[in-house]
Design a protein around this ligand. Structure first.
Ligand code: GLY
Ligand code: MN
Ligand code: MN
Length: 495
């Protein structure tokens, strides 16, 4: 940006909170003040659903559906409290990804906010950034949010954006500034603070600095591991949103089992599942679903989903929706014909027995790490397979029959694992998956009646102090429930 552009930018109005902003945990400055105008809520005047424009999606005190503005305040406060004095935190919104670039106008993929940025701000617009400065005032930090602001020409194409005034009053920024002044503001603050935490893909670059930009790169410390620690324990509100996401996916599973017949295509099953989730309010799928019939289930990440279901086959479906910012992740394996054959029943029961035993150990008092649970999953499966007549050699379960890990943490992201230590003890409030599987290749050392079967059973589990809670309980799992759902005998909950 040139000096002239910078000067022009700084002449633009700056919105600043006029009253002291509320501190974490003390009462509410809800959207209720803005909510007075909620009756006439269309068209939206904001860059995302908010109570005044979308009272059917949010409650007055919520900033994003299910999560109150106060909770975002607490997240920021907790993060800033954990940092040394003289700290600056910088996060940038996700970039827009384009499906088609030329000729203009460009057509973009549906925008999804960067997870950490969203976790701390609840702000869902692209072209945004936030700076948090640690302070000694009662709030504990100062927040500057940079965004597009109102731009009628741009909004005609892309939809409404939140005004700077509303960024202050609704998102609780101390200051709201246009995004184009972000580089200059960051540069000037970088000279003042000695601890700079930045969430960015290459935060570890450690070459000596030559320019202001590289000075910032040099000074910064990675923020992602600190936020990952906060995100790993889910609040009550987050647990409720995650339960709702898992319920949507679980009910969609039950109906998708009923929908499946010999002759149905894998892609139709994927489409049906996604349609049911969308109908229930999900914004997107949390990942590309696996719909693997017969031997396709031996490919762990099978996503081609372009075969046709044959009578007598098993179908492995690994699918989950994202709902109000949180992912769900469920796998079920069920018979195309509606009834398990005897061999399918035996192998399914083996995986199910192990899976249920492992879920029972997802408590703080059991004192297990993910590594230990994984090791136990191999042991449980080995015992089950031996009972079915497998003659297993050392390491064959881990290397051949069950080549993936048991579990991962889940939340805003499907795999909240990049900064998660698998050697850490499980704590109450964590949400993890438990997903053992057995995939039998057609090799002579394995019993022939199980050849080409792939079975995985995956649930999301909320770790409790004494008891685990299965969030994905709506998806049929017991043999009788799976067969009942496939045959249309289960009371299916209406959408
Ligand atoms: N669906 C991806 C996983 O289970 O991790
Ligand atoms: Mn998973
Ligand atoms: Mn999965």
């Amino acid at each position: 940006m040139s000096v002239r552009q910078l000067r022009l930018a700084l002449q633009k109005p700056i919105w600043r909170a006029t009253a002291p902003l509320r501190t974490c945990g003390r009462g509410l400055r809800a959207l209720a003040t803005v909510a007075g105008s909620a009756q006439n809520h269309k068209p939206s005047n904001y860059g995302q659903p908010l109570f005044p424009s979308h009272p059917h999606l949010l409650k007055p005190h919520e900033l994003t559906p299910g999560i109150p503005a106060d909770e975002y305040e607490c997240r920021r406060r907790t993060l800033m409290d954990s940092l040394p004095s003289d700290s600056l935190v910088v996060l940038v919104a996700a970039p827009i990804k384009y499906m088609s670039g030329t000729p203009e106008p460009q057509s973009s993929y549906k925008f999804r906010q960067a997870s950490d940025f969203w976790y701390l701000t609840g702000f869902e617009e692209p072209d945004a950034a936030v700076i948090l400065e640690k302070t000694s005032n009662s709030r504990g930090y100062r927040m500057t949010l940079f965004s597009s602001g109102k731009d009628s020409a741009k909004e005609k194409w892309e939809g409404a954006r939140t005004s700077f005034e509303d960024v202050v009053s609704i998102f609780r920024a101390d200051d709201a500034l246009p995004i184009h002044v972000f580089p200059a503001r960051l540069k000037s603050l970088a000279g003042i603070y000695s601890n700079i935490y930045i969430d960015s893909p290459n935060a570890s670059t450690k070459r000596p600095p030559r320019t202001a930009k590289s000075l910032l790169r040099y000074l910064r410390q990675p923020l992602a591991p600190l936020i990952a620690k906060l995100r790993s324990i889910k609040s009550k509100r987050e647990q409720q949103v995650m339960r709702a996401a898992a319920d949507i996916s679980g009910h969609a599973f039950a109906k998708t089992m009923r929908f499946t017949q010999p002759g149905t295509s894998e892609s139709a099953i994927a489409a049906h599942f996604e349609y049911l989730c969308s109908l229930s309010g999900s914004q997107r799928l949390a990942y590309v679903p696996v719909v693997a019939s017969g031997p396709n289930a031996l490919i762990i990440h099978y996503t081609s989903n372009n075969q046709v279901i044959q009578d007598g086959e098993l179908i492995l479906v690994d699918a989950g929706c994202e709902y109000n910012g949180y992912a769900s992740d469920i796998t079920r394996t069920y018979p195309a014909s509606g009834s398990f054959t005897s061999a399918q029943h035996d192998l399914y029961t083996a995986v199910l027995t192990a899976q249920k035993a492992l879920i029972g150990q997802c408590t703080e008092t059991a004192s297990f790490t993910l590594h230990e649970l994984h090791r136990r999953s191999c042991d449980f499966l080995r015992v089950e397979l031996n009972q079915l007549g497998f003659r297993l050699h050392a390491g064959e379960v881990e290397r051949v029959l069950y080549p993936h890990f048991l579990s991962h943490p889940i939340g805003i992201d499907l795999h909240e694992s990049s900064n998660f230590d698998r050697g850490e003890l499980l704590k109450a409030g964590m949400v993890i998956t438990i997903e053992p599987g057995i995939y039998v290749p057609p090799l002579p050392q394995f019993p022939k009646n199980f050849h080409n079967m792939g079975i995985r059973i995956e649930d999301e589990v909320l770790v409790g102090k004494e008891h685990p809670m299965i969030l994905s309980v709506a998806a049929p799992k017991e043999v009788a429930d799976v067969e009942g759902a496939c045959q249309g005998l289960l009371g299916l909950q209406p959408l």
